[in-house]
Ligand binder design. Structure first.
Ligand code: GLU
Length: 432
């Protein structure tokens, strides 16, 4: 037998990830970092990470709790679970109870263990966030993609859900509805939510309302679908987006009493895997969910900046020939460069993967291909996260401008320059 060159396994490894590679969001982040280490200028519109700092009051609370060293209950710190319930009640008026809240190390992990304990088909929209599908694939669940269309602003219609469910009405199903939505920033009106809730109730769908961007609705007007289907809706949230604390890894699920058995089953898995969520982070999170003036003001400014930037970038991309939804929340745009397909094809670009790899190679702008969000490979869509700016500096500057005034182009070129430059680069590049 010849000597191994170190890359061939000496032992036959049966790896159980069903041919998946690392998540697209994390890969683009690592690629961007590597290119920067190698001295390249990179515009980081890949990973969807809040540009804003964790609010000072929440950071202070973390400092006050560095001594917290004990393992906490599997379901989470009781005070935190209480403060979350109070928070949901204040913002949505829905009456979930603290004993039915579960804290986890990121809502992503909670979603995974939900899918692990719930035996049913997964209904997800195309497009939707990169990890819902792969989680189901790892576990071995059937995925039923629900198509949505740019002409409907990528909103799912009750008819589309109905069409799938009526073929086998009693099949157990879990549907994930995320809004304001990743990857396009769109949301739903109350009437639309009511109609979706109605069909979900008719087919007894377990609805996972991924409301992680709820507080980043650009006008502060997020409405939870749990208002219309409380008996079947699990609210999913966390600190990552509205509190700028993705790396703190704190997520939550709030269950209605009728789904408490799911939470208990998830607690079994949690207790045998991650045990409990980081103690100092949970204590600090109590402060975040208690809210108050400082946090409201912080959010007001975050929203105003994101709204101005999202709208301006949308207009510019449209002028360059792309089609896209004007975002209502979060920090994502999902342009379709289909109208420029002819010119792009002439340059050898026929898929969203090629679009994104050529874009980063030729301009330094990192974005993610539509295919990572469940779109057909040859559709020329891409997700842009408009987060590449110094959020602390932008917040300070916004605080100097009366809240009644919208932020103008000068503000954006001064405080969100990388995003504006990246937009110009994309617009010029696609029209070359
Ligand atoms: N949700 C973020 C995104 O879509 C990043 C977090 C993650 O994917 O784990 O870019």
């Amino acid at each position: 037998m010849g000597a191994s060159n170190g890359t061939e396994p000496l032992i036959n490894l049966n790896l159980n990830v069903r041919g998946l590679s690392q998540s697209a969001t994390l890969r683009i982040n690592e690629l961007s970092r590597q290119l920067m280490r190698d001295g390249h200028r990179v515009y980081r519109l890949g990973l969807g990470q809040s540009p804003f700092p964790v609010p000072q009051v929440v950071q202070d609370e973390l400092k006050n709790n560095t001594h917290q060293k004990d393992y906490l209950p599997v379901l989470g710190l009781p005070e935190l679970r209480e403060s979350i319930i109070e928070h949901i009640r204040r913002h949505q008026g829905t009456t979930y109870t603290a004993d039915n809240v579960m804290i986890g190390p990121g809502s992503k992990e909670l979603m995974f263990i939900l899918q692990l304990v719930y035996y049913g088909e997964l209904l997800i929209l195309t497009p939707s966030w990169v990890s819902y599908g792969p989680q189901a694939t790892i576990i071995g669940h059937h995925i039923q993609w629900i198509p949505t269309y740019a002409s409907d602003d990528w909103r799912v219609t009750p008819e589309a859900i109905e069409r799938i469910c009526r073929t086998d009405p009693s099949r157990p199903r879990l549907m994930i509805l995320n809004y304001p939505a990743n990857p396009h920033g769109g949301t739903y009106s109350e009437t639309e939510l009511q109609a979706i809730a109605e069909v979900a109730a008719r087919y007894r769908i377990v609805l996972l309302a991924d409301e992680i961007y709820g507080h980043l609705h650009h006008e502060g007007k997020h409405v939870s679908i749990s208002r219309f289907y409380p008996e079947g809706t699990i609210i999913s949230g966390g600190l990552s987006k509205w509190c700028g604390a993705g790396g703190w890894r704190l997520g939550l699920f709030a269950f209605p009493p009728s789904l408490a058995a799911l939470k208990d089953a998830m607690a079994v898995v949690a207790s045998e895997t991650y045990t409990s969520t980081s103690a100092p982070i949970q204590y600090a999170a109590v402060r975040a969910f208690r809210g108050g003036i400082a946090l409201e003001q912080y959010l007001q400014h975050c929203r105003r900046i994101l709204r101005a930037l999202g709208r301006t970038m949308t207009e510019r991309l449209r002028q360059a020939g792309a089609e896209l939804v004007t975002p209502a929340g979060a920090f994502y745009l999902f342009p379709d460069f289909g109208p420029l397909a002819g010119a792009l094809q002439a340059r050898g670009i026929t898929t969203s993967e090629e679009l994104c790899s050529r874009l980063i190679a030729e301009t330094g702008v990192a974005v993610l291909p539509g295919s990572a969000f469940g779109r057909p490979p040859e559709e020329l869509t891409a997700r842009l996260s408009y987060v590449d700016f110094d959020g602390a500096r932008a917040l300070c500057a916004s605080q100097e401008i009366p809240v009644s005034e919208p932020l103008d182009g000068r503000f954006l070129t001064t405080y969100c320059q990388s995003c504006m430059d990246a937009t110009d680069l994309i617009c010029r590049w696609v029209r070359q």
